[in-house]
Design a protein around this ligand. Structure first.
Ligand code: PLP
Length: 412
């Protein structure tokens, strides 16, 4: 297959695997091996030199040494994600938190500063505020809706402004769906801290509905447990970006030892074949479920990007960065935690579980679950209230979903 002739969607289906290298099998085998034979000692020496040094990606991929460093299933999966993201290279990890923590530790060291959007996924918030600080990395955050001027002043006034090494964004943010303008952040970075890496957690939109690298991000991060894996059967993480940026991330990954295993990588390669189909159906179900919730008497507020209309101040940014409203909804029931719990306990089709991005619909209560490790004041400030329900919409029959949500809301 000549890569340059085909679109990313096609390459995500059969790219990154050469049947001729594996008994002509259409699908890649799982290379369940920890190590790779060198044909000669000289070859082993050369492979090590390439792995340690800055050899081009193709040469590094042709120099297999040891599965913690690289393996054929990782190469297939990484090729496919790079196509979908419009990236030069990608790296897979054993969890989203592994990708995020490795990405941060690659570019931030003792005495450096991370500037971040808020809210962030609870695990990331905890990693930066409670763990990265143990390595001497400092942080500052800006509020949702902060203007370029607000952020400029925040950076300029910070005593560590000269050590700003990463601007970390989550857009849309989990669970509030607040948006940050990546191009605006890139302009600020270019003006105030040209060496800082812009990292974007793109878990919520996945590679199908948002391409952060095209808007000026350097490092695209994912919980691949979510839409990339897509079936609630893998824990995985990913990073994508330029060959230069990902080379550094892969060096750190090799030492931290959190490279995705052959089986995880194989499942991810399989999943990326259907990601477009799954996400389109999830988003179309979500649009219609959100419209239903928005008109329901037991629902106080519905947050779904596909409900923004052209009069909303966020609409131009949404249209610039996202090609769909996605499949994540957050809504507040009429009441508080008690009513929210009654709704959750009454669902029959949707499952009460954290995580998102799978074929089945999942509902959860961020205030007491995925965001519970954030300070209560921060949760409330960000709209993560006791009445808030998060929905990850799956690919079930839409009428069944609406029926299920309706009966559960009516039981409040
Ligand atoms: N980022 C976001 C937005 C998430 O929702 C999650 C998990 O829910 C993560 C990162 C962490 O990913 P993982 O659970 O795969 O480590």
């Amino acid at each position: 297959m000549k890569h340059k002739d085909f679109s990313p969607e096609s390459l995500a289906i059969s790219g990154g695997h050469d049947p001729g290298s594996a008994n002509n099998s259409i699908k890649p085998p799982i290379y369940q091996t920890s190590t790779f034979k060198f044909n000669t000692a000289e070859e082993g020496k050369a492979f090590f030199e390439k792995a340690k040094g800055d050899a081009p990606l193709e040469e590094r991929n042709a120099s297999l040494i040891y599965t913690r460093l690289n393996h054929p299933n990782a190469i297939t999966a990484e090729f496919r994600l790079a196509q979908l993201d419009g990236a030069e290279d990608a790296a897979f990890f054993e969890s989203g938190m592994a990708a995020i923590s490795t990405g941060i530790l690659t570019f931030c060291h003792a005495g450096d500063l991370i500037l971040m959007s808020s809210p962030l996924y609870g695990g990331t918030d905890t990693f930066i505020k409670k763990h990265a600080v143990q390595f001497g990395i400092e942080w500052a955050e800006f509020e949702p809706g902060a203007s370029a001027e607000d952020i400029r002043q925040l950076i300029k006034a910070h005593p560590k402004a000269g050590r700003l090494k990463m601007i970390y964004l989550e857009t849309p943010a989990n669970p509030t769906l607040s948006l940050t303008d990546i191009e605006m952040i890139k302009d600020l970075r270019d003006e105030l801290a040209p060496e800082a890496i812009i990292a974007v957690d793109n878990t919520y939109m996945g590679p199908v509905f948002q391409k952060p690298l095209a808007h000026g991000a350097d490092l695209n991060l994912y919980s691949a447990t979510k839409y990339i894996g897509g079936h609630s059967d893998i824990i995985a993480g990913a990073a994508s970006g330029s060959e230069k940026v990902i080379r550094e991330v892969k060096k750190k990954r090799a030492i931290l030892g959190n490279t995705a295993s052959p089986f995880t990588s194989w499942l991810l390669s399989r999943s990326m074949e259907t990601i477009g189909l799954r996400m389109e159906k999830q988003a179309s179900n979500a649009q219609q479920l959100a419209e239903f919730l928005n008109g329901h008497s037991k629902v106080r507020a519905t947050h779904y990007l596909g409900l923004l209309d052209s009069s909303d101040p966020l609409y131009p940014l949404f249209k610039k960065q996202n090609t769909s409203g996605g499949a994540m909804i957050a809504f507040e029931v009429d009441g508080g935690q008690q009513e929210a719990f009654r709704f959750l306990n009454a669902l029959n089709l949707a499952h009460l579980a954290i995580s998102l991005g799978s074929t089945e619909t999942l509902v959860s209560h961020p205030f007491t679950m995925s965001s519970s490790n954030m300070d209560e004041a921060d949760r409330l400030k960000n709209g993560i209230t006791p009445a808030l329900i998060r929905v990850s919409v799956g690919i079930e029959n839409l009428q069944d979903l609406i029926k299920d949500f309706d009966q559960a809301l009516n039981s409040i």
